[in-house]
Design a protein around this ligand. Structure first.
Ligand code: MF3
Ligand code: CO
Ligand code: CO
Length: 322
């Protein structure tokens, strides 16, 4: 069990079942609320060999030495002007690569081909694909389809008509990470699927609009909880937003559900917001690869993510492509 999984497991323990046990899939409790024309992901496919990163690319510390996922507890860093310049360029690059990946995500393309494309595009900007070897992750982006909530590993499965796919791109450039994701529609997606994706996009947008100096972090989670209630969706609580900088994951923790976290946003903080909303239940389990997080009730979920900066007057989205 890698530390990243441990991080997830801790959250599962704390926030979902409280029993100290990993959740196990129960194939007899299939979700009845998300019936439609789409393909259930039951197992991981074939994962290709690790891609090469040339000598001249600056690599994060975990490339050479296996490390646990970053610790997200503690005091959030306040970044200076120079750090923020690097955060801006990493964020912009991540957003540009994500857009390119979205454009190539079409019926018949495999997620491994998306990974290959993202990998080489990131390298061409003298940047490193942050997921690669992070807590042992084997690929350069995460691709999560239909009932996969997040951390899907790119493999040989071809995209099919009706899929929804989240592509999560994080790049490491000049010593700083930028992290963003979007859920894309493949071909003809049914009405519930489109509703889910549109709602989740809107949810993140509204979360960001709430942010600014002096705002409690828990305002985000409180909003998401209300939004989900109104839209008859459920938030996947096991996965949190996170501080980001020279580290992939650091303080603060951003909970995507109602909570009473005492912290407040301050100018100079950079963190992600990345809600995962589900058409069914919010419980997840992991496939045998230890990464792929699937819904326990086979319902679909969608996710959107931005890296943001709290400014003196409000908020700036760092992962905008232009
Ligand atoms: N990009 C993901 C996030 O939003 C983290 C992926 S970790 C990996 O936090 F190891 F799976 F890449
Ligand atoms: Co993130
Ligand atoms: Co991400």
């Amino acid at each position: 069990m890698s530390k990243m999984q441990f991080r997830i497991a801790q959250n599962v323990w704390k926030n979902i079942n409280g029993s100290g046990q990993y959740l196990h899939r129960n194939f007899f409790q299939l979700n009845k609320r998300d019936k439609g024309k789409w393909e259930l992901i039951r197992r991981a496919g074939k994962v290709s060999d690790e891609r090469i990163v040339p000598e001249h690319i600056q690599k994060p510390p975990y490339y050479l030495k296996h490390m646990a996922a970053g610790n997200t507890l503690g005091t959030p860093e306040i970044k200076n002007v120079e750090q923020l310049e690097h955060m801006r360029s990493s964020g912009k690059l991540a957003a540009q690569i994500l857009r390119e990946c979205g454009n190539m995500a079409k019926i018949g393309i495999t997620t491994d081909e998306i990974d290959d494309f993202a990998h080489s595009r990131i390298l061409s900007h003298n940047a490193y694909p942050s997921p690669l070897r992070y807590a042992g992750f084997p690929k350069s982006v995460c691709t999560s389809i239909n009932n996969v909530a997040c951390h899907g590993i790119p493999d040989d499965r071809q995209l099919v008509d009706g899929d929804i796919i989240n592509i999560d791109v994080t790049v490491y450039q000049n010593g700083f990470h930028g992290d963003c994701s979007e859920t894309f529609l493949i071909g003809d997606v049914d009405e519930r699927g489109r509703f889910l994706v549109d709602s989740t996009r809107e949810c993140l947008k509204n979360c960001i609009a709430l942010c600014g100096p002096g705002v409690p972090f828990n305002k985000i989670g409180k909003f998401i909880q209300r939004f989900c209630h109104e839209h008859k969706l459920e938030s996947v609580a096991a996965f949190i937003g996170h501080g980001i900088g020279s580290y992939f994951h650091g303080p603060p923790e951003i909970y995507h559900y109602d909570n009473d976290d005492p912290g407040e946003m301050q100018a100079g903080m950079t963190f992600t917001i990345e809600p995962i909303l589900s058409l069914g239940g919010g419980d997840i389990g992991l496939l045998e690869d230890g990464w792929t997080a699937v819904s326990m009730d086979d319902s679909r979920s969608a996710q959107f993510e931005h890296t943001i900066l709290i400014t003196e007057t409000g908020v700036e989205i760092l992962t905008n492509a232009d």
